[in-house]
Design a protein around this ligand. Structure first.
Ligand code: NDP
Length: 305
């Protein structure tokens, strides 16, 4: 039986692995299909303390992984498909393998939110994207839309101006939700335009995407726009599918934890974006990963590990 399994290998998962490794718990880290989490989809991270010139997201993740392995974490590149309570602890399924474990840290993160339009699937990756750093390159000298009004939308829009001819931020209200500094950046960028009170209600035709129907949220009038590509930056949804019905969620669908990162199940902790709908920062994910690992260590000691 394993001591501790960490589900997910983003900032919170790796931080938990470093702490648990140093506590000699020999944690297993299941990376899932998105090893490195959301920082793999960013360029320079400027607000992670300790890097005055910024650090590339993927580089930071690579360093955290190395640090975890240095302290004895075992990395398993598999997606976990099942989680259940058993008499002595928990059982984790990954492919055909099953693992019994005494304590678990859930750090499965959150994934990009899609619009929820019925025709959306056929355009995914074919004119409709959720990651500017991954797909922006394909839009050299093109005209694109970025949907959303938060920091992500502004960051993506700014980044996309490196390639695109014009970037139009399509937002459902008439003011941005983003922080002041981000607002200033997009408003002063000559390549960025705005479509206020606007919502995409239809993706028209066959892939690749060429036309979208936009509804004005004030007048309810609709209009078709010719466009080369659309990038969505409308927030994230937590990756919690395998825990449905077993672990309690908060009103926003994120895992509910107390101030000690405990879930409703003994020995099961959660850290990072999967349990945080407020801050969602790399540094807060690291903080909660640390907390979860310290609590897991205490829990294991209490049950006589
Ligand atoms: P947010 O939740 O902050 O913003 C989401 C935006 O998308 C909102 O403007 C929202 O509209 C809009 N939206 C949500 N659902 C829909 C929908 N179905 N259709 C159309 N529009 C929709 O998410 P972000 O990803 O921007 O940011 C998350 C967190 O990460 C924040 O705390 C942010 O500060 C942080 N962040 C920080 C960065 C940095 O510091 N460099 C970079 C990126 C993110 P409405 O405004 O009407 O609610």
């Amino acid at each position: 039986m394993e001591n501790l399994i960490i589900l997910g290998a983003g900032v919170s998962g790796w931080t938990a692995a470093i702490y648990a490794g140093r506590a000699e718990l020999k944690p297993l880290v299941f990376t899932g299909i998105e090893e490195g989490g959301q920082l793999m989809l960013t360029t320079t991270v400027e607000n992670f303390p300790g890097f005055s010139d910024g650090i590339l997201g993927p580089t930071l993740m690579q360093e955290m992984k190395k640090q975890s392995e240095k302290f004895g974490a075992k990395v398993i590149q598999k997606e976990v498909t099942g989680f259940k309570k058993i008499k002595e602890g928990y059982e984790i399924t990954a492919g055909k393998e099953k693992y019994s474990v005494k304590a678990v840290i859930i750090s499965t993160g959150a994934s990009a939110r899609w619009l929820g339009l019925p025709e959306e699937k056929k355009f995914q990756g074919r004119g409709l994207h959720t990651c500017a750093t991954c797909d922006g390159f394909f839009y050299k000298d093109k005209e694109i839309f970025v949907v959303g009004g938060g920091d992500s939308a502004c960051e993506e829009a700014n980044f996309l101006t490196k390639f695109a001819k014009t970037v139009t931020i399509v937002h459902r209200r008439d003011e941005l939700k983003a922080s002041k500094i981000m607002q200033e950046k997009v408003k002063s960028n000559p390549k960025i335009k705005f479509l206020w009170n606007s919502e995409i209600v239809k993706l028209v035709g066959e892939a690749p995407l060429k036309t979208v129907t936009i509804k004005n949220t004030k007048t309810e009038k609709t209009k078709d726009y010719k466009i080369d590509g659309v990038f969505l930056a409308i927030g994230h949804v937590p990756n919690v599918k395998i825990f449905e019905g077993i672990i309690k969620f908060d009103e926003y669908g994120f895992i509910k934890t107390d101030e000690r990162r405990r879930t409703n199940l003994p020995g099961v902790f959660a850290a990072g974006d999967v349990q945080d709908h407020i801050y969602k920062q790399a540094i807060t994910a690291a903080g909660t990963g640390c907390e979860a690992a310290i609590e897991a260590e205490k829990y294991l000691a209490e049950i006589g590990n």
